[in-house]
Design a protein around this ligand. Structure first.
Ligand code: GRF
Length: 190
C-alpha cells in the first residue's frame, strides 16, 4: 500500500526532490502529501511547486511556543492523512507535540556517521576535525539532537581541503540512501 508522507525542509530541498523522483520512477511506494517548511523563501518551496505538491509554510516567531506551531502542523498532517514524517534538512528540533502524534514515525537524514558530529554543519565539523572518512546516517527521531536509533549509514572518503567536492559526495550518497532506507522501512510496516 502506498505510504502517505510529509517532507519537512528548511533549505534547498535536494533530498525532497530525490524522494519525489524515486516515487515517480517506481523505486519508492509513497506519496508526498505535503511539504512543511519554516522558511517560506526556501528553494524547497519552488521545487514542491514544480511537482504540484502542497506546501505549508510557517514562521516560528509568529507563534507563542513550539507546541503552538507543532499543534497546527499536526492538524494539517492529520487532514492529509500523513502516516510518516520525513525530515530532510529541517533545521528545528522536533518537540513533544509532533513526537507524540507521530510516535516512532519520524525519520531524519544527517550528513555524518552518527554519533560523530551531530548538530549544525556536520560536514564542516568533520573536516575541521580532520577525519578521513565521514558519511550519512538515516535515523529515527527522538527528543535529542540527531540521537535516535540508527536505520542505515553509508561512508565516503573526505577529499582533503575540498569542502565542495566532499559535500557533493555526501549529497549524492544521501539521495540514494534515503530513498532506499525509506522503501525498506515502509515495506516492513505495511
Ligand atoms: C542534508 O545534508 C541533510 O543531511 C541535512 O540537511 C541537508 C539538506 O539538504 N539534514 P537538502 O535541502 O535536502 O538539499
Amino acid at each position: 500500500m502506498t505510504t502517505k508522507i510529509a517532507v519537512f525542509a528548511s533549505g534547498s530541498g535536494s533530498n525532497f526532490q530525490a524522494i519525489q523522483e524515486a516515487i515517480e520512477n517506481g523505486k519508492l511506494d509513497a506519496q508526498i502529501k505535503i511539504v512543511v517548511t519554516d522558511k517560506p523563501n526556501a528553494f524547497v518551496v519552488r521545487r514542491a511547486e514544480n511537482f504540484n505538491i502542497p506546501v505549508f509554510s510557517f514562521i516560528a516567531k509568529n507563534y507563542d511556543s513550539k507546541s503552538d506551531y507543532e499543534q497546527e502542523i499536526v492538524g494539517i498532517l492529520k487532514a492529509h492523512e500523513v502516516e510518516w514524517v520525513i525530515l530532510a534538512g529541517y533545521m528545528r528540533l522536533i518537540g513533544n507535540t509532533l513526537l507524540s502524534a507521530f510516535a516512532n514515525r519520524i525519520v531524519n537524514i544527517h550528513p555524518s556517521l552518527l554519533p560523530s558530529f551531530p548538530g549544525k554543519d556536520a560536514i564542516g565539523q568533520a573536516m575541521a576535525h580532520g577525519v578521513k572518512v565521514t558519511g550519512v546516517t538515516v535515523h529515527f527521531v527522538d527528543e535529542g539532537m540527531d540521537t535516535g536509533p540508527i536505520l542505515s549509514q553509508a561512508a565516503i572518503e573526505v577529499i582533503d581541503g575540498n569542502r565542495q567536492a566532499t559535500e557533493a559526495r555526501i549529497h549524492a550518497i544521501e539521495h540514494e540512501l534515503y530513498t532506499r532506507t525509506l522503501q525498506k522501512l515502509f515495506m516492513e510496516f505495511n
